[in-house]
Design a binder for this molecule. Structure first.
Ligand SMILES: Cc1cc2nc3c(=O)[nH]c(=O)nc-3n(C[C@H](O)[C@H](O)[C@H](O)COP(=O)(O)O)c2cc1C
Length: 201
């Protein structure tokens, strides 16, 4: 376990840069797990739900993930665009929490990512009515056969599938330390700047 992070948590100009670096450090040890992130959404009357997604892009604007625009999470985001993300990387002992507004990526950004996916995943995006009740697996397999026959060559992106970016207004960088005396840096967006305070563990 690479317990000690090499960089400081506090008073960074843009904590999102640190999120990208922490993810890259974790990916060096365990590439499959590094981009896994819990995404919490909620209904307009405040009932939360949470599930894992993969963070495919972390840049200075926010964290991007891809999904069906007809899924439960998408319906909740339509009703309430505020959401939260939580990463944890066992290898480095880091946790990052982000909260903010979620916006859809442009169709160009979603097209570019969709085109990079393996064919089977692109077929699946057409075939799976994500979050809907289906009677059995045969329904899914029949739909996959239909989509494969329909798109023998290129598989375009369904309009009902694409990316979102969570644009954080708060970010907490948390670093595991001995005796549970962890470091916690809470960043709050203030115009173009980020303000940083230390929280007790
Ligand atoms: C490790 C992991 C990564 C996942 N990544 C994604 C993802 O990037 N996009 C996605 O739509 N679902 C992903 N899923 C499935 C979701 O957890 C979830 O089942 C699905 O998105 C439907 O959620 P919803 O009904 O709340 O919308 C992932 C599941 C796991 C366990």
């Amino acid at each position: 376990m690479l317990r000690a992070m090499t960089e400081a948590l506090f008073d960074l100009a843009n904590p999102l840069d640190a999120v990208g670096r922490w993810m890259a450090a974790a990916a060096a040890a365990s590439p499959q797990d590094a981009s896994r992130v819990a995404l919490a959404t909620s209904t307009s009357d405040g009932r939360p739900s949470v599930r894992y997604v993969l963070a495919k892009v972390v840049d200075s604007r926010g964290v991007c993930f891809f999904t069906s625009y007809e899924s439960r999470k998408a319906r909740e985001l339509d009703a309430n665009p505020f959401a939260a993300l939580a990463f944890h990387w066992w290898e480095t002992g880091g946790q990052v929490r982000l909260e903010g507004r979620v916006e859809r990526l442009s169709s160009e950004e979603s097209d570019a990512y969709f085109a990079s996916r393996p064919r089977g995943s692109r077929i699946g995006a057409w075939a799976s009515p994500q979050s809907q009740v289906i009677s059995d697996r045969d329904v899914l397999e029949a739909r996959i056969r239909e989509v494969e026959a329909r798109f023998s060559g290129d598989v375009p992106r369904p309009e009902t599938w694409g990316g979102y970016r969570l644009v954080p207004d708060t970010i907490e960088l948390w670093q595991d330390r001995v005796s549970r005396l962890h470091d916690r840096a809470l960043y709050t967006r203030d115009g173009d700047r980020w303000r940083c305070v230390r929280l007790a563990p």
